[in-house]
Design a protein around this ligand. Sequence first.
Ligand code: GLN
Length: 554
Amino acid sequence: MLIHIYLVKSVRYIFVTGGVASSLGKGVSIAAIGTLLESRGYRVTIQKMDPYLNIDPGTMSPYQHGEVYVTDDGSETDLDLGYYERFTNSPLSQINSVSTGQVYFTVIQRERKGEYLGRTVQVIPHITNEIKNRILLLEKNHPDIDFVLVEIGGTVGDIESVPFLEAIRQFRLDKGPDKTIFIHLTLVPSISPAGEVKTKPTQHSVKELLNQGIQPDILICRSKDYLDEEVKSKISLFCNIPVKRVISAPDIEHTIYEIPLIYNKEHLDNEIMEYFKMENTAPLFDANPTLEKWQSVVDVFKNPETVLKIALVGKYIALSDAYRSLREALWHGGLPGKSRVEFINIDSEQVTEDNVADLLSGAQGILVPGGFGERGIAGKLTTIRHARENKIPYFGICLGMQCAVIEFARNVLSMKDANSTEFNVDTQYPVIALMEDQASITDKGGTMRLGAYQAKLTEGSLIQKIYKSPEISERHRHRFEFNNRFRNDFMKSPMVISAVSLDDRLVEAVELPQSIHPWFVGTQFHPEFKSQPLKPHPLFVSFIDHARKVKLQT
Ligand code: GLN
């Protein structure tokens, strides 16, 4: 493997654009390319360019944008960064997530300081230069990296994408074609009922890119099935791309984790190597130990030994991307035990005392995820009570942990109307309250407790056994926390405070002892952000393992 690393003389840049339609899966696609490059021993980092004007998605509704992903350094980013971290070991921080808002903000601040020395400030060159600088920043911050992969968000043809496309066109001019490759992800639809495959949208999309001065070097074609040679030849001819660089990306049946394997079978990584004239002694699929591991992940999805149902009870259930990392982490949790996890999606606003048992009857585990605002809280509390009293494995994350504390205070510690001050500032029992340093904050963007913090685990607790470590580091995104005024009341109760911040000021996790409940854990942090298919997070593995035990008992 080291041999490959020495052969790379300088950083190569891979730009991925998308055409024809949005939501083709550019994020997963570029992440899968990262997997393949890493499986050859190269080091990669992946950057996302988002064309919207928000500085980051932190202030957007999950319905607008899916989940907000959080990196170790506390950046609130696009959920695609979650795919990057699940598929690769790419170092990710604030510089990996760029938005039009950030780019303009920087340029306008510079203009106000008079740094442009009287010149007219324009999209070209000032905005495009700022975009190029942000791409170059990755190489500067990670001098050992072999490949910088850049995903250009949006669809070619959108007004918002134009400055980014212009910037990468210039980037090729600056660095040369031997250091840059343009990969375009398009859609090749089939028209039912005959299933005839249509190449024209792809042709138009490539023309649109050409209008921006960009000729793609490789096309990845999303389609229902593998494209046959005739279709590939046609696309090759009209789009001016060698036929072997027209890559099929058929719909996957079982899991997105199959995508690196499909790309490998289509020789995408070989073509990238050949394009850059890099040594092409790729371990073929069968001899590549990393890809074998991915294959065993896919095998569990295809042929699981058990199928488990986990109830997800939250406010943003209708959009599966709103809890993207969580769903993925639950899948990962099933892998060691060869279980496939399926979800029972329950809108917390619909849960009542009367229907809770019915709604949750098929679930072997219950998870209440993070969230904001009072809507749906009553249903979450009812759900948690049901899980606690009926000894169904329960995992509460962030708001799900806070609700577990509220439910326990109300129904076990007889603190009538105990609540979080997020929902009722006048409650007599504010068991969850605003963190001190949050009280004076008025800005919404980037002001929560964000990113990785260390915590120490309580000796003898369930989560200490699960982590097999006295200290952990996990990511956070919250304003409210367990109120220390009530620590004593809880310490005297069966509920265990199982993790605290290193300075002991913040409660980071609670649990019920296994003598009274098989698996009941709430974490103030978000373990889902650190789970990978090849390295499932231990909390999710343990949770799913207990769900499996429930299934075996029934
Ligand atoms: N709304 C809660 C808080 O701000 C929980 C946040 C979350 O679940 N991410 O503390």
